[in-house]
Design a protein around this ligand. Sequence first.
Ligand SMILES: NC(=O)c1ccc[n+]([C@@H]2O[C@H](COP(=O)([O-])OP(=O)(O)OC[C@H]3O[C@@H](n4cnc5c(N)ncnc54)[C@H](OP(=O)(O)O)[C@@H]3O)[C@@H](O)[C@H]2O)c1
Length: 329
Amino acid sequence: MAVEKGRYCVTGAGGFLASWVVKLLLSKDSIIHGTLRDPSNDKHAHLKKLDKASENLKLFKADLLDYESLHTAIQGCDGVFHVASPVPYDPVELIEPAVKGTLNVLKACLEAKVKRVVFVSSAASLVMNPKWSQGQVLNETCWSDKEYCRSTKNWYCLSKTEAEYEALEYARINGLDLVTVCPTLIMGPILQSTVNASTLVLIKLLKGVYAFGSMLISMTLDPEGYESLENKLRMIVDVRDVAEAVIMVYEKPEAEGRYICTAHNIKTTDLVEELKSIYPNYSYPKNFVEVEEQPRLSSEKLQRLGLSFRPLKETLTGSVESYKEAGLL
Ligand SMILES: NC(=O)c1ccc[n+]([C@@H]2O[C@H](COP(=O)([O-])OP(=O)(O)OC[C@H]3O[C@@H](n4cnc5c(N)ncnc54)[C@H](OP(=O)(O)O)[C@@H]3O)[C@@H](O)[C@H]2O)c1
């Protein structure tokens, strides 16, 4: 199922990852139906500047909780890339659009008889489980424990776990061809002008900023009472590789089920050292506290399908140069 010259819907087209998916599909002469909650918002101006956007990108106003708007955008499409998902902290705002929104997308896909749907889930749907032992390597059979997500108030993990699980069940029951991709922390160049949660992780490291409230960067007090960053293992993947992965799992007929998408395992201190060696002049954090080793993830299944990953250095330089260009640094 080569994507060349087909017609595809990309949900949440203006987001960090979705913008790269749109860019890649446009480069293959596909026609794109991009959904946005507010197409008139200036933050989506970058989409219209993409190569071939003027001829082949059509924007639709759609909310994940508004079935009719999704139905309109998906009708006539060969395939759907469901990328949109909320990333706030309020469980009420988060879980319903993620779970019900995904089922709305799938229902519209079924009605439009699309050939295949690719759903961008997350490593969050695998890692949150008290059963995993330190350093264990997780594969696609592993699921986060929903009760554990609830009791630890990890609403984002709960939303992604429930959305992916329900999506796979819906597809199985209704005979819909669905493949899911579960990326870890996505970094790399931004096309959009606004900052998404994972981009903020790198910006905070470059600026030496610690802040409560981000789910992706954890701060604590070290034994002397200074603010310290947890020396966590970061599992990083480049946004361009994730975009390629979601298109690859659409195109390859043999693709099925879930695909973990991760490229580099690196401790936060080593990531800071790597950044310093390329960009010595930023105000990097200095205090770190050691934390328990977390489970790791394996992308073997995706690599067997044919995906290879960029070196970390290319991801870091691509990220930083794009932040500079966007005036974020
Ligand atoms: N970035 C990462 O590290 C990472 C890692 C693993 C998985 N993921 C997954 O990858 C996908 C893209 O993430 P991203 O990093 O590119 O985030 P992003 O830039 O924040 O994009 C999220 C998109 O979802 C849209 N959205 C949120 N709520 C919506 C609703 N109710 N109806 C319609 N659209 C809605 C947003 O639209 P608005 O612009 O209108 O708010 C935005 O376009 C998400 O599914 C995320 O869970 C991301």
